[in-house]
Design a protein around this ligand. Structure first.
Ligand SMILES: [Zn+2]
Length: 126
């Protein structure tokens, strides 16, 4: 009887049940990676993207930002500040901003994300 009692106690122990649950929850889910064709690692350097847009960048300041003419609203004097390594940018004239050079390229050309990625060689497959 002593053995049976200890079995029941163990099975009802919440610690015992938790152990079984976490064991199945830890099993990694399989994901369909083929859905995503964007390859961020293949994006050209920021200065190359600017060159494609015929934008000449000034020398970057101490924080790494260069001043360029905004390709979105079009202007004579540079109001757009872009980080030449990270690619994040903001135009202080029209207020547009983005997190990378791809976004600037996309907005300047009026493209979709996939189209812009494809033109910059960062899209795999169709
Ligand atoms: Zn602008």
């Amino acid at each position: 009887m002593a053995a049976l009692y200890s079995y029941v106690k163990t099975a009802r122990d919440p610690g015992f049940a938790k152990l079984g649950e976490s064991g199945s929850a830890k099993t990694p889910r399989k994901r369909a990676m083929t859905r995503f064709s964007f390859r961020r690692d293949r994006l050209p350097p920021v200065v190359d993207v600017l060159a494609l847009l015929s934008i000449e960048a000034s020398k970057p300041n101490g924080s790494g930002y260069a001043q360029v003419r905004c390709p979105i609203h079009g202007e004579k004097n540079p109001s757009l500040s872009i980080h030449l390594e990270r690619g994040n940018w903001r135009c202080f004239a029209c207020g547009e901003a983005g997190g990378d050079a791809l976004e600037l390229y996309r907005r300047a050309r009026g493209l979709s994300f996939a189209q812009a990625s494809r033109e910059l060689g960062a899209w795999e497959g169709k």
